[in-house]
Design a protein around this ligand. Sequence first.
Ligand code: GLC
Length: 420
Amino acid sequence: MTSRAVKPCHQWFNQARFGLFIHWGLYSLLGRGEQVLIRERLDPAEYARLTARFTARRFDPDAWARCAKNAGMKYAVLTTKHHDGFCLFDSALTDYTAVKAAAGRDLVADYVKAFRKQGLKVGLYYSLADLRFPAYYKGPQRAPAAFAEYIRFLHAQVRELCTNYGRIDLLWFDGEMPHNSEAWQASKLVRMVRRLQPHILINNRLGAHERAGWGDFGTPEHTIAAESGRLWESCQVSTWRLWGYAAGERWRPAGLLLDMLCEAAAKGGNLLLNVGPKADGTFPAPFVKRMERIGAWMKRHGEAIYGSEPAACDFVTHGRQTVKGNTLYLLIRFWPGPEVHLAGLKTRVLRAKLLSTGQRLHIEQHGDHVYLRGLPRKAPDPLCTVIALACKGKPKPCDWAQHGVWEGDPTGRLAEWLEG
Ligand code: GLC
């Protein structure tokens, strides 16, 4: 997965595989996603008056943390301030905060406390873009003095986040477009953050078009693309495209959400799955229902996900796979019936178990072929069935299986197979 050595204090991230992204703010009152202010060119003064209606009346941070924990998530990331500039935290630099809004409380403090209590790692999202400042649009060339003032404001707010809430495990910057890291004074910002929170993981969004150069981990968005050379996490919505609450939105089925997690794990990364809570502070019921189903699955099958690595062999005709130590996990997408046939595994299989039920399976291994027999006719788990193969050594492909099907015939075995 990574060629750059992962610091010991960052190892938890590589074990975690599954986290919760939470987009919550004034925009949740309007129910058309997190960017409604700019996308619909709303009257900024009128938008700011939403603070009077942002009561967070039913916000129960313990319920959020329990939902995440029971789903099998190991960490969370909350939008402390999105592009609209409204802060869920108490800030000495602005009154545009949840404390001064109808909510009357520091929601970040409540979140941190509740998630910590459940043993989850705590992440804070902070947007560098703040749509209320003309300097943000004009940039350092057109408005040097105002932009410098704006940067001082941002850095000071990040200092507050890194000072007032105890240990923070992860910082998730966003909104760096259209400015580069020099404009954001990103090196200075990162130095300050690391001084205040030496263990922290920082993401890569600190300069437009420079993502590869920054951060402890990559953040592919709406895609599950492995990044080579460093940790990564795919952030994904549980609905469609928008991150903030969207009233009446359709939800992705539990099976699809779980498959995204399996895909991320099979590629060596994490899934940061988003929820847009309602303005009152509750998670939408369809999300909670899906998390319960995924949580039940994770209880039985979590060993195939947490701390796993990508497998060197690919049995694409059945689904995905991960590896941990000498165990190969087959994450079967579609149920093949009473027999599973794997071609191309070099390592000997010692034991096979249907993780979903605990049933031991009969193994026949001849040359490059493995046959697992005696499986139930119907898929034992409706979301995704997992088979664990304990191997004699780390599972490795045989010679010919190290090459992609469309790479020609470097070992001469394809022609041999055809000619018999
Ligand atoms: C995009 C969106 C932003 C969202 C983020 C999450 O950058 O512009 O609204 O918060 O994705 O990754």
